[in-house]
Design a protein around this ligand. Structure first.
Ligand code: ZN
Length: 337
């Protein structure tokens, strides 16, 4: 069976065309004929930490109702690392201007559309993105057997930056091996970072291809990394399991316990710009994992803040709509964590 895929090549994961680059550090190009002092003057000044000037609007609170503490902690770290940049401004506006939409084909189904920050650390935006990726992946995989593979590197006191470089370099090496080329057609990779007495970056992979013996993979991984042999392989037969797995790992680079440890969180935020969190390889390379068409015809029902006020006043229709939206969000949260 031919397994030598041109895409299993020497490219770094960082070069695989993954479009997820939301960091504010990717700023506009520097003019070439500008004196250094002028360039300094154009940069955004780093301001001391301040709370948002305006109290959080009700629509913003509604969007982030389940993760307020988490979001505040990440915002603090972003301001600490980058100052009050446009990124923080976008962060504060995530959820503003929310409109309620109704599914034209199913009038009992409502949704919200608002400004969103799309920041890789925004828990709400991440959850929505995971959901899209999970649906898109499930439709790509269909009934095909696929595998979840986890690659870890040995716990260490090294800097996160060095461990990440080692992990990604080792994965690139692994994809060059005969074993990998023979057994794995392609797939996608998610980066996850944990901390427990040291940094633990992992790669979670979804792959399609042949049976990959655990012992052989562990041996190759140990040979490449020199000190790590912990790998996990699971065969998956149903798309529902994939969807759960993806919702858990995709687009959530930092595990929850890190969020409330400011020093570690800041190190992670400093280290991750320019790093891809999710990418495809092998026969899946070039497949745009985020892009899912929503065929639903949505009708506009009105601004969320107006409907919230109507619900406060006891309006029956408003109570019904707001109740449905709240239950929908709660259900999603309970089934995705
Ligand atoms: Zn957001």
């Amino acid at each position: 069976m031919p397994k030598n895929h041109p895409a299993d090549d020497l490219a770094s994961p960082q070069d695989l065309g993954w479009e997820e680059q939301e960091d504010a550090s990717a700023s506009s190009p520097t003019p070439s004929r500008v004196h250094p002092s002028e360039r300094d003057a154009q940069q955004e000044e780093v301001q001391p930490y301040v709370q948002p000037e305006m109290p959080m609007s009700r629509t913003v609170s509604f969007r982030h109702s389940s993760c307020r503490r988490e979001r505040d902690a990440v915002r603090d770290a972003l301001v600490w690392v980058e100052g009050n940049t446009k990124r923080v401004d976008r962060w504060d506006r995530c959820g503003q201007g929310a409109m309620i939409l109704q599914d034209a084909a199913n009038p009992d189904r409502y949704s919200l559309r608002s400004m969103i920050c799309r920041d890789r650390f925004c828990p709400t935006c991440s959850r929505e993105r995971s959901r899209t990726i999970a649906r898109h992946l499930a439709s790509k995989i269909g009934d095909q057997l696929h595998r979840f593979i986890t690659l870890t590197i040995r716990h260490s006191k090294e800097r996160l930056e060095d461990l990440l470089t080692k992990l990604l370099h080792s994965f690139k090496e692994l994809r060059r091996t005969r074993l990998w080329k023979k057994k794995v057609d392609g797939g996608c990779a998610f980066l996850e970072i944990k901390y427990s007495n040291g940094w633990h970056p992992h790669l979670h992979l979804i792959t399609v291809g042949d049976y990959l013996p655990h012992d052989e993979l562990a041996k190759e991984w140990l040979r490449i990394t020199k000190d790590s042999s912990v790998v996990d392989i699971r065969l998956i037969r149903d798309p529902a399991t994939t969807a759960r797995y993806v919702a858990k790992y995709a687009s959530k680079p930092l595990s929850r316990e890190l969020i409330f440890q400011p020093r570690l969180l800041r190190e992670a935020i400093r280290t991750l710009p320019g790093r891809k969190l999710l990418w495809t390889f092998g026969s899946w390379r070039g497949w745009r994992i985020h892009e899912e068409k929503d065929e639903t015809v949505w009708l506009t029902v009105g601004p969320l803040d107006v409907w919230l006020k109507l619900a406060d006043a006891g309006d029956a229709e408003a109570l019904k709509i707001i109740g449905k939206l709240r239950r929908e969000r709660k259900w999603q949260e309970e089934h995705e964590t």
